[in-house]
Design a protein around this ligand. Structure first.
Ligand code: LLP
Length: 424
C-alpha cells in the first residue's frame, strides 16, 4: 500500500503533483511519501508489538533526515552500521537508548563513539570485535550492552549479493563458536552480554528460510539458558521483502507483515525474551519513487532505447542486483494508448547503466516524465557522483505540501569536495 496515485490524469505523491515537483525541483529527484512511511512503520510495529518487540528502522535503507524524523515521531528506534548512521539517527531525534549498531567492520573509533553516545546495543559480529569493544568500554569505566550475531547458515534473499545468512557470508559468528564466545563475553569487563542477533538476508519473501534460521537460533538461546547464562534479548534482523512487480491497478495490504509476525510468534513461543527487529525495505521501499525525464529515444533496428536523465549513479539497484523497478508514466495513459517495447537507459558511459530491457510501456516521447517505483529503499542511500554528476535531490511530501529534504548538489559543492595538491 502506498500513496502514489493518479489524480486528474497526473501521478501524485499524496496531494502533490509530480509534474509540479519536476518543474520546481528538477529531475532526476527522489520523492517520498510521509503517509506511506507512517503507514508501513505503524503496520509493522503494531503487528510485532504483542511480542514484546523493539523496532529499529534500518537507516541504511533510507537515511534522509526528513524520513528519519518522520519515523522518530512514531517512536522508531534505529539499526545503524556506521558512525555516520548513528550521528544521523541522533540528529533526527532518535535517542541513543533506541539505537543498535551492527556491521562486521566497526572501527575502534566507531565503537568508542557508540559507547560514549550510550547506545542501546552493539551487535557484535566476531571475537576480535568483542575484545575491542570490551577493552574500549572498560577503559572508559563502562560496560556496553551487546548481543552476539550468529550466522544461521541459512541463505535467503532476493539476490546473491544481499544474502547474509549463508555460511559462506562474512556476517556473524558460527554456531560452533556461539556458545564459547557468549561465555567469554559474560566474563569480560567492558561488555554486558544481553543475547543474540541474526539476520538472514534482504528481500526475503519465502518465510520457510526465516523459520529454519530462527528455530536454529532459538536452540542456541535455550542451550545458553540451560548453561545458566542470562539471554534477555533476541534481535531477529530485517529482510522482509516487498512487492516490486505490480500492475496498476493493484492492491497489497499488510498481509505479509502479519504473516511474518505470526511466524515469529510461532517460533519464539514460550521464550521469555525481548525481541528486536531491523526492518528497512518494508518501511521505505514503496514509500519512494525516482522521478526522471525522457531525454531522447534512440530507434535501432532491433530495439528502442529510452534515454532518461537518471543514471545508475542515482539508482544502482538494476545494474547491481538486476533489480526490477516498475515504471509508470507521470501522465496517466489512456486505457487504449499505443504501447511500445523499450530498453530504458541512463546517461552514464557504460552499458551497465540500463534500468530495464524489453519493457512494454505506453509510447513515450522526449520530455515525458516517468517514475521508477519502489525506489524508497536503497535508492538515494546508494547514489553517487559517478561521471561527476551532482548527488540526486530528495523530496518529502506530506499531504498537500512538500519539502526538499536534500537539495540537488551544486557544481561548486561537487568540485569543492576535492583539494588541489600543494605543488600545483
Ligand atoms: N539488519 C541488518 C543486519 C542488515 O544487514 C540489513 C540489510 C537490514 C537489517 C535491513 O534489511 P531490509 O529489511 O531492508 O531487507 N542494497 C540492497 C539491500 C542490502 C541489504 C543489506 N542489509 C538492495 O538494494 O536490495
Amino acid at each position: 500500500m502506498h500513496h502514489f496515485d493518479y489524480l486528474d490524469g497526473v501521478l501524485h505523491a499524496e496531494g502533490v503533483s509530480l509534474e509540479k515537483i519536476a518543474a520546481e525541483v528538477g529531475t532526476p529527484t527522489y520523492v517520498y511519501s510521509s503517509a506511506t512511511l507512517e503507514r508501513h512503520f505503524t503496520v509493522f510495529s503494531e503487528a510485532l508489538k504483542p511480542l514484546n518487540a523493539h523496532v529499529f528502522y534500518a537507516v541504511k535503507a533510507n537515511g534522509n533526515l526528513g524520513v528519519l524524523m518522520t519515523l522518530a515521531r512514531l517512536g522508531a528506534g534505529a539499526d545503524t552500521v556506521s558512525e555516520g548512521e548513528i550521528r544521523k539517527a541522533l540528529a533526527a531525534g532518535i535517542p541513543a537508548s533506541k539505537i543498535v549498531f551492527s556491521g562486521v567492520g566497526k572501527t575502534p573509533a566507531e565503537l568508542a563513539f557508540a559507547v560514549d553516545a550510550g547506545i542501546y546495543q552493539v551487535n557484535v559480529e566476531s571475537e576480535g570485535e568483542l575484545e575491542a569493544l570490551s577493552a574500549i568500554a572498560a577503559a572508559k569505566g563502562k560496560r556496553q550492552a551487546a548481543v552476539l550475531r550468529v550466522n544461521p547458515e541459512v541463505g535467503a534473499g532476493g539476490h546473491a549479493k544481499i544474502t547474509t545468512g549463508d555460511a559462506a557470508n562474512k556476517f556473524g559468528v558460527s554456531f560452533a563458536e556461539a556458545e564459547r564466545l557468549y561465555a567469554k563475553a559474560a566474563n569480560m569487563p567492558g561488555v554486558s552480554i544481553m543475547g543474540l542477533a541474526t539476520h538472514i538476508g534482504s528481500q526475503v519473501t519465502e518465510f520457510s528460510a526465516y523459520r529454519e534460521a530462527f528455530l536454529k537460533i532459538r536452540g542456541v538461546v535455550e542451550n545458553l539458558q540451560k548453561q545458566g547464562h542470562k539471554v534477555e534479548r533476541l534481535d531477529l534482523g530485517g529482510g522482509v521483502g516487498v512487492p516490486y512487480e505490480m500492475s496498476y491497478p493493484y492492491s497489497h495490504g499488510p498481509d505479509t507483515v502479519h504473516a511474518y509476525a505470526d511466524m515469529v510468534k510461532e517460533v519464539t513461543a514460550g521464550l521469555d525474551i525481548e525481541l528486536g527487529f531491523e526492518p528497512g525495505r518494508v518501511i521505505a521501499g514503496n514509500a519512494g519513487i525516482l522521478l526522471t525525464r525522457v531525454l531522447y529515444t534512440n530507434q535501432r533496428a532491433d530495439r528502442t532505447f529510452l534515454v532518461v536523465d537518471a543514471g545508475m549513479n542515482d539508482l544502482v539497484r538494476p545494474a547491481m542486483y538486476e533489480a526490477y523497478h516498475e515504471i509508470w508514466p507521470v501522465k496517466q495513459p489512456a486505457a487504449d494508448a499505443p504501447r511500445a517495447t523499450y530498453d530504458v537507459v541512463g546517461p552514464i558511459c557504460e552499458s551497465g547503466d540500463t534500468f530495464t530491457t524489453g519493457r512494454d510501456l505506453p509510447v513515450l516521447k522526449q520530455g515525458d516524465l516517468i517514475v521508477f517505483k519502489t525506489a524508497g529503499a536503497y535508492g538515494a542511500t546508494m547514489s553517487s557522483t559517478y561521471n561527476q554528476r551532482p548527488l540526486v535531490p530528495e523530496v518529502l511530501v506530506k499531504g498537500p505540501d512538500y519539502a526538499v529534504t536534500r537539495p540537488r548538489q551544486t557544481y561548486e559543492e561537487l568540485i569543492g569536495l576535492d583539494r588541489k595538491p600543494g605543488w600545483f
